[in-house]
Design a protein around this ligand. Sequence first.
Ligand code: GCU
Length: 625
Amino acid sequence: MTGFPIFAVRSLLRSAAFTSLTCSVVALPGLAQEPQKMLLVGVDHRVVTSLNGDWHYLVDQPPARGLYAAGGKVRDNGYAMNTHPNISSGPHNEEYDFATAPTLKVPGDWNTQEPTLFRYEGVVWYQRDFDFRPKAGTRTFLHIGAANYKSFVWVNQKRICDHEGGFTPFDCDVTAALKPGTNFVVIAVDSTRDVDGIPSVGIDWFNYGGLTRDVSLVTVPKMFVDDYDVHLKHESSFSAANATTLAGYVHVEGASAGTSVTLRIPEAGIDTTIKTDAEGKASFEVKAKQLTLWSPAQPKLYKVELSTGDDRLTDDIGFRDIRVEGTRILLNGKSIFLQGANMHAEAPYRGGRAYSDEDVKNIFGFLKDLNANFVRLCHYPHDERMEREADREGVMVWSEIPVWQRISYEKPEVYAKATRMVGEMIRRDRNKASVIMWSVSNETPNNPTRTEFLTNLANEARRLDPTRPITSALIGPRPKGNEMVQDDPLMKALDVVGQNQYIGWYEGRPEDADTIHWTFPEKPILMSEFGAEAKYGNHGGKSDRWAEEQQVNVYEHQFAMIQRIPQVRGLIPWVLMDFRSPTRNIPKLQDGYNRKGLISEDGKKKLAFEQFQKVYKEHSVGKAE
Ligand code: GCU
């Protein structure tokens, strides 16, 4: 089978399949309230009141009348009221009662907690009480690490905020709604797929719903630090000798012009006071007495202390320089080769959305075992714990928003969502030294509407953070004989180009890779996805699809092909671990899992894991320059 023509066919097939098969498409109502301005940076370094634990839940199946009125408008007088039915004499409320309802753990997806909700995509209501003692001169925010996909928040029956996007945090000011004593919060989470959503309706990962990451109350003084950026100044060229200037800003919410902010980094000999401008922003450039730059070999993090008025905040930040020069990726001025893996935010062993320290430890344990220095967190921002661990462990990170294959590129409101998601991703993780590039999309159809959308989005990311390369994972091109000329116009907007290809699995035979000649522009190229499916424990010949030996064989031919592409600066096999996907339904082989992992979902290493472990140990595939 000479599979080449299959290139273009694959993406068409898969998206058509997704659109028709996997879900009921409804146009969800527009959010009632302006998107959140508030995303508190460094919340995980603040003292908070955790609201994690058992929350009562109620399932509000389509058309979800507890939440949406006919026509889709969000109701404030439905389940959000948290009233109780008068069982004995009536009249009932709308016949719901959180107080006697079962509970779900937060954080966590509902799908793997309650068997009846395993394949449920729709609205689930969460409710819990909490005690609160208001403190004068403070504001209190409800911090939600992530909730998939749309969420609507009420406190004490008062509508507080809405949010769209399953993988980035948001903070809602609940100060005015709180009272001394017992309070309650009600959150409706709607995981229904939306054709105008990001991602849209077709995805190759499990659509876990719920309050999937930490929820807490954050009380801060009226004037407080809500955002900051402390990084090694990104000069036009890098010189190790001069790499001692830190630059950035501290934004103080509620501050008037001229408000003092103290920036202290004791280990770097920095102790300086800066002043805010009329917008509450205090920008700075300050020289460190000495600075050890962050790198995989030396993931040095500095204790950074910020204080203004009554507010104090610390963070652990590494300082490093990352840039592109020609086809090279330079970390602190040195060419690097990225030896990585793709990873979905799925918990090894127990399954479900990954959110805990244990999940993160397990995942980084596999990456360390693999001798990896890089991980692509796909296709959406993962729990902040991942970047924190990457900072500590010296693992470089590709972070991405879920513009996955087809979305409604033609709709301005969808572009607005994408810019907000890029903004949230960058705001949460801009101070993470481990994050070395932002990705705006994965495998998107090469047409002018999409290219304009993503070019603008790439420039928006670059505007928000001019210190990191911008990337995206491309698909195609159409092969001409053995010639693969990647000429996707989106590359003009990218600093680093990711190339996804599945020669040997979706396209052709493994050995076809031996004769393929790739043409790429003079930019760093990352093989951002390549691989094949193999069921752990399934053994056979090297051409026996689904056998571990076949997966190894596909990679052997890939390595030879990649060695012939001078611009390749990194390997990112698809995928570190088998993961759940609703479209992978070949019994006994897939059983609801994408089986392209180097390890199985329960951590069993396939032969291909050892193959990469050896290649990465010996640095035997690819060159940094
Ligand atoms: C794509 C896509 C992944 C998907 C993979 C696969 O390249 O980016 O999300 O899981 O192919 O088909 O296994």
